[in-house]
Design a binder for this molecule. Structure first.
Ligand code: KG4
Ligand code: ZN
Length: 357
């Protein structure tokens, strides 16, 4: 089964062609990502109107490139998938409308994919991870701990009550005068910094649920920076290291709880899967590895280019849904907000798992 996937929910214009065999991992035939980072950098974040216009201007070309690289035509593919949300609505409209046009002229089925579902299923494309597994999704827009039980069958164990983790990294970078996106810059500075110099809070630490709160951490960092202003290069390194350590501590604590909640409800996960741009952070990866090991499972992190937004994850999620006969009509609406709990499924969950003793 060969599917074209289109991603336009944020600041990447992406298209890819993926093949899904009956069993085992998938094969990426092409994966074209055109990042708009340069167009948003001077604003320190994504500007929705600029993003939508950039998608309109480049999507046709990106799709043509992906199709050519995969040596496919609209006749040879089995379906066309597009991210139908959640995301910046202007961009979502561009991607979904284009997919509908292709579906209409080629007579191939349309699959309207939830962007979060695509992140959730990527580990099956890259590593053939079996259900059920625990997903830690951390990007500029999302922070979630999910139980992935089957295609279309997700249970949210935890989320953020305010900022996303990537957003906290970006805001920290902006505050300290570092570039955008901030995560990689903060990580680079943190390498040579003193992570114990500033006593930053660990919001939510010790709370029995698996939820996050990041906005207080960012405010505390601003106060510390103001106290010692003007800040030197060494101060920036120490602030970054202290901030990153606070995030690592919070994520470790929240994930421990999330995995405990997972076990109580669904038994042992086959893996802890990390996705989203923040999963590129090395200090965080080391912590995730430890936590997965402690919980009796293993860590799976897809390659960085598939952890961040891309077309291959949309194509793969489309193929997984198509294989189950889950296609969509041309009336399907683009959605700015679309929680995973509202994703359609034909999966029947197994009877409740007994609590481990
Ligand atoms: O998944 P992604 O590429 O795009 C979406 O937000 O959907 O994630 C981008 C986010 C940004 O907030 C960026 O600062 C963060 O991921 N990020 C990192 C690192 N690399 C990217 N955060 C911490 N450490 C990194 N090395
Ligand atoms: Zn994403």
């Amino acid at each position: 089964m060969v599917v074209l996937g289109i991603e336009t929910t944020c600041d990447e214009t992406a298209a890819a062609v993926v093949m899904r065999p009956e069993n085992g991992r998938g094969k990426i035939l092409s994966n074209v990502v055109l990042s708009q980072v340069g167009e948003h950098a001077r604003f320190g974040g994504v500007v929705p109107e600029i993003a939508a216009r950039a998608h309109v201007e480049s999507l046709d070309h990106v799709i043509a490139k992906a199709m050519a690289a995969a040596k496919q035509t609209f006749r040879t593919i089995d379906g066309v998938a597009a991210a139908a949300g959640p995301g910046l609505i202007g961009g979502v409209i561009v991607g979904l409308t284009t997919a509908k046009a292709i579906a209409l002229v080629s007579g191939k089925p349309l699959i309207a994919v939830n962007h979060l579902e695509a992140h959730a299923l990527t580990a099956r494309l890259t590593d053939d991870v079996q259900f059920p597994y625990c997903l830690f999704l951390a990007s500029g827009g999302h922070t979630q701990i999910l139980a992935v039980r089957g295609v279309g069958h997700y249970f949210r164990l935890g989320t953020t009550v305010d900022d996303a983790i990537g957003e906290a990294f970006d805001k920290t970078a902006k505050l300290l005068g570092l570039g955008y996106p901030g995560g990689p810059q903060v990580e680079k500075e943190a390498v040579h910094g003193n992570k114990t110099r500033f006593a930053l809070p660990r919001p939510m630490l010790g709370k029995p649920n698996a939820d996050f709160s990041l906005s207080g951490l960012k405010t505390a960092l601003r106060i510390e920076a103001e106290k010692i202003a003007p800040i030197s290069d060494a101060d920036v390194r120490d602030l970054c290291a202290s901030f990153q350590q606070a995030v690592v501590d919070v994520v470790s604590d929240r994930l421990r709880n999330g995995l405990k909640m997972f076990r109580e409800r669904f038994g042992l996960p086959t893996a802890l899967v990390a996705a989203g741009g923040v999963a590129a952070n090395e200090a965080l990866r080391q912590a995730l590895n430890r936590i997965a090991f402690e919980a009796g499972t293993m860590l799976v992190v897809p390659p960085a280019e598939l952890c961040t937004d891309n077309g291959a994850m949309i194509a793969w999620a489309g193929a997984e849904r198509l294989a189950l006969g889950l296609t969509d009509t041309l009336e399907t609406a683009p959605l700015a907000r679309w929680p995973l709990s509202e994703v359609k499924s034909r999966y029947v969950p197994p009877a409740a798992v007994k609590k481990p003793s």
